[in-house]
Design a protein around this ligand. Structure first.
Ligand code: GUN
Length: 278
């Protein structure tokens, strides 16, 4: 039976480490500040934003909250970002996505100064990751690297397959695994013979957004399986992109849903906030 990779425990450990770092900074008179912007009141976004603010409070990061009306214009949002970009007491800026359809997300992401881009979504941050230069890294894939390292799973030289090619998870995940000297394949909805590709993986990262799509036929015996998906099934229970009960018996380690990748995203956001003061 597989080892269960405990994202809750690992994220708690990271948050404790950050709390200590922030306490030292505070003693030196340095205060980390994150500005959190939400446009509209999408209930899922409100939950995520609430959790981010709670994590800030726990670690000792000051959070400034901007809850803007759904009808806020692109110009108004750009003006706020411009103001926060120029404030010396603000280290990080986070605009919760998705934005209402009348606002162009790309334009907003590009408006955040890369030095304050704690989400790691700015094209300069992504470019820096691509060529191995310093910059903020998207939180979910950065969290997955921490899950692997802190579970003692070697990455260098391994066959890694990432299923999904989103800008937020799949692409930066592939770049991070490459940076760790893995051999990386990115599979996606147009990949032919997906099972043949995923069965090559020593480490399989799944971010497809389809409940329980990955069954044991997709997984090599002894592989490490990382599940990025989170869905609510007909019985109101949470499940991932991986059919956990089917896959767990044949792999060496697996992340559960909930309690696997999910808690790591906020822990890494907090890490980026602490880094942003430098
Ligand atoms: N919406 C869903 N996930 C994220 C995230 O990681 N950052 C932001 N800004 N918005 C999101």
């Amino acid at each position: 039976m597989a080892n269960i990779i405990d994202g809750k425990a690992i994220s708690a450990q990271i948050k404790e480490e950050l709390k200590e770092k922030v306490a030292v900074m505070e003693a030196e008179g340095r205060q980390v500040t994150l500005a959190v912007i939400q446009v509209g009141s999408d209930p899922a976004s409100s939950v995520y934003v609430g959790n981010k603010k709670k994590a800030c409070a726990y670690i000792g990061i000051r959070s400034l909250s901007y809850e803007l009306e759904e009808k806020t214009t692109e110009e108004e949002l750009l003006a706020l970002i411009g103001e926060l970009n120029n404030r010396e007491d603000v280290n990080g800026i986070l605009v919760q996505l998705p934005l209402p359809s009348h606002i162009e997300e790309d334009k907003i992401i590009k408006a955040i100064r890369p030095e304050k881009d704690v989400d790691g979504f700015h094209p300069q941050s992504v470019g820096a990751l691509c060529i191995g230069q310093p910059g903020f890294v998207s939180c979910t894939p950065a969290g997955i690297i921490q899950l692997l390292k802190r579970s003692g799973i070697e990455i260098a030289g391994k066959e890694c397959v990432v299923v999904g090619r989103s800008n937020i998870v799949g692409k930066p995940m592939a770049l991070l695994l490459l940076r760790e000297n893995a051999t990386v394949t990115v599979a996606h909805s147009k990949t032919k013979d997906l099972k043949d590709v995923t069965r090559r993986a020593d480490i399989l990262v799944v971010a497809v957004g389809r409940p329980k799509m990955i069954t044991k036929e997709y997984v090599k015996e002894g592989a490490v399986v990382i599940d990025v998906g989170i869905h609510r099934n007909a019985e109101n229970k949470l499940c991932g992109d991986v059919d956990y009960d089917d896959v767990a018996p044949i792999c060496s380690a697996i992340t559960p849903v909930p309690g696997g990748v999910g808690p790591m995203t906020i822990a890494m956001l907090m890490n980026n906030c602490v880094e942003s003061i430098k």
